[in-house]
Design a protein around this ligand. Structure first.
Ligand SMILES: [Ca+2]
Ligand SMILES: [Ca+2]
Ligand SMILES: [Ca+2]
Length: 262
């Protein structure tokens, strides 16, 4: 039968197909573990120039449906004087995520402007990354920042594995006060991996300007990236799906083989 030349013996065809189909599906199910993902993304775009800062993260799903968004919907909280921070135009393309659809002219191109730096040193900006959708590993925290004379000249980053109960510093960086935008990026220590009650904090120091109407420091495009590891329940569901598909495929194959024999 020249039609089947080179094929494995009839008895082996079906198991080989099953194994290869299963392997492909299994790889697809586990693929998220293999690449770095955007976990949290703040682009500060959902406001208006002069309005309150948009402290809600942008996400791939609802409500943003932003392909350049993160997977975790979270909010930033702060004890910065509330009437001394505002949405400000223009923001910066620096550290904008790949695929972010919140770009001018579709959005007003905003960042967060901080006034009265001198009276807001050490005021914190916090956000939670609780693991309802998976566990996070090998993370990097980065953002764009710009300071002018009188603005903050240093930033400190911290993480918490108990939802903000206690904080561990994992980096400090200087910020030039020459009005040039910078990216500051910090590797998150392995001690923060797989923490279900993970939170992050950053705060600025070194501010001296005290005009409540002058924007001394601007921040934009904060990213928390890393590896998203599916929870065991998610993996189990994926495996069950693969097994189900294999079973379905087996029934179809048996049917077609019976048809061929007759
Ligand atoms: Ca922005
Ligand atoms: Ca937003
Ligand atoms: Ca948005």
């Amino acid at each position: 039968m020249p039609k089947f030349k080179g094929f494995p013996p009839r008895g082996l065809r079906f198991p080989l197909l099953l194994i290869s189909t299963g392997a492909v599906l299994l790889l697809a199910a586990l693929a998220p573990t293999a690449k770095a993902d955007l976990i949290v993304y703040f682009n500060f775009e959902d406001s208006f120039n002069g309005g309150p800062p948009d402290f809600t993260s942008d996400v791939v799903g609802a409500p943003d449906f932003n392909p350049g968004g993160g997977v975790v919907l979270t909010t930033m909280t702060t004890d910065y004087n509330s009437d001394e921070m505002l949405s400000n135009h223009p923001g910066t393309p620096l550290n904008r995520s790949a695929g972010d659809i919140d770009v001018p002219p579709l959005t007003p191109d905003l960042d967060v402007g901080l006034t009265d730096a001198g009276n807001n040193n050490n005021r914190h900006f916090d956000f939670n990354v609780f693991s309802s959708q998976g566990f996070y590993q090998d993370m990097t925290l980065s953002f764009a920042v710009k300071s002018r004379t009188g603005g903050f000249d240093s930033v400190t980053v911290q993480y918490s594995v108990n939802g903000g109960g206690t904080w561990t510093t994992f980096g400090t960086a200087s910020i030039p006060t020459d009005n040039t935008p910078q990216i500051r990026s910090f590797s998150v220590p392995a001690a923060a991996n797989n923490a279900p009650n993970l939170a992050f904090r950053f705060f600025f120091t070194g501010g001296t300007g005290t005009d409540p109407r002058t924007i001394y420091t601007q921040i934009d495009n904060l990213q928390l990236s890393g590896t998203i590891v599916p929870e065991p329940a998610t993996v189990a569901a994926g495996l069950l799906g693969v097994l189900g598909l294999c079973w379905h495929q087996r029934r179809r194959l048996i049917c077609s083989m019976r048809f061929r024999r007759t």
